[in-house]
Design a protein around this ligand. Structure first.
Ligand SMILES: [Fe+2]
Length: 344
């Protein structure tokens, strides 16, 4: 998956280079699908490299963009989204840069219009009736809800994002994860108020130069996201998953992420359980082992729900274990829990 912004301000050389490299990665991973969407830096809304046709370069890419099926590509440009139904998942690719180039200033933010939300809803009604899915993914470029924890005012938000989250969170079309780019600030959160709040995975940038205000809090990252099909059935927590994250360090290369990278080396999402009761369960499991130290993997074996906690929830639980139960959690060099033991 690539959340868009293959180039910089739609400069063709960057987009052509990245489109080629994405296919190299696809081949090397032997991936069945390469899912990509358009970012604000892929649509020529500023410099008119492509004769006033803002989407012209993307439409002339080889292999075709965003997918191999030109009929679906026409729908992507005409209706601003496409849907793939695979046996284990459903994937919606949304174009939140659809109106860039049409109006002054539009390129500064994303947009989904009420018409697009309604069209997506109508299609999901049919698909959910015929082919319900446990894993539902929406890939887009701009963030659908506020991401203002660094900037006071978040001006590049997807306009209409609240309506999109309301649709996906209605519970009528399965449980959803939204995977987006644009912010360069890796973060996982849950959408606000809805029946089944979507998970919102803000992917960091693979290789853009990190903005100065983000440099202490984020790195260039890529991820492997896993949806555990068997645990989805047995744990009944809704949509759950895990991720692994890698950082790019200039002069060093790719290495496992750390606690200060944006997203840590590994973690989960989807378990929204109460951290007080989860802490209590972990303390009870530890006590039942009657050992001075217990491997964290043993805790997960007995209580697999722990794997699907957000990184911030896991940190809060570790804090509770240490303060309320007199336990210590040792960590590996990436900051991940290794063992749990009684504090001396
Ligand atoms: Fe962007």
């Amino acid at each position: 998956m690539c959340c868009g912004d293959m180039g910089d301000k739609a400069r063709p050389a960057g987009i052509l280079y990245t489109w080629d490299k994405l296919h190299v990665i696809k081949r090397k991973l032997e991936a069945k699908t390469l899912a990509v969407t358009a970012g604000n830096h892929d649509v020529d809304s500023r410099y008119k490299y492509t004769d006033y046709d803002a989407k012209g370069l993307l439409q002339s890419l080889v292999p075709p963009f965003p997918c191999e099926d030109e009929k679906l590509n026409d729908k992507f440009w005409a209706r601003n989204y496409i849907v793939f139904s695979e046996p284990d998942y459903r994937l919606v690719i949304l174009n939140t840069s659809a109106y860039h180039g049409a109006k002054e200033g539009e390129f500064e933010h994303g947009r989904i219009t009420p018409r697009t939300v309604e069209a997506l809803k109508a299609e999901l009604e049919v698909l959910e009736h015929e082919q319900p899915r446990r894993v539902n993914i929406l890939l887009c470029h701009h963030h659908p809800h506020n991401h203002g924890d660094i900037e006071d005012k978040d001006v590049s938000l997807m306009e209409g994002g609240a309506k999109l989250l309301e649709l996906l969170g209605s519970g009528d079309y399965g449980n959803w994860i939204v995977i987006h780019g644009h912010k360069h600030h890796p973060r996982i959160s849950y959408a606000a108020a809805s029946i089944s709040p979507p998970i919102v995975f803000s992917a960091g940038s693979l290789c853009a130069r990190i903005y100065e205000e983000l440099q202490g809090q984020a790195r260039n990252q890529f991820y492997v996201i896993t949806f555990p099909l068997s645990d989805l059935d047995t744990l009944e927590l809704g949509l759950i998953g895990t991720f692994q994250a890698w950082d790019w360090l200039p002069g060093i290369g790719w290495q496992r992420a750390t606690l200060r990278s944006g997203l840590p080396a590994s973690g989960g999402f989807g378990n929204r359980g109460d951290i007080t009761s989860i802490s209590k369960t972990i303390a009870t499991i530890f006590a039942s082992k009657k050992q001075p130290w217990v491997e964290w993997n043993e805790i997960i074996g007995a209580f697999p729900q722990v794997s699907y906690l957000l990184p911030i929830s896991l940190q809060a639980i570790i804090k509770k274990l240490e303060s309320n139960y007199n336990l210590t959690v040792s960590r590996d060099s990436d900051g991940q829990p290794l063992q749990i033991g009684r504090s001396l």
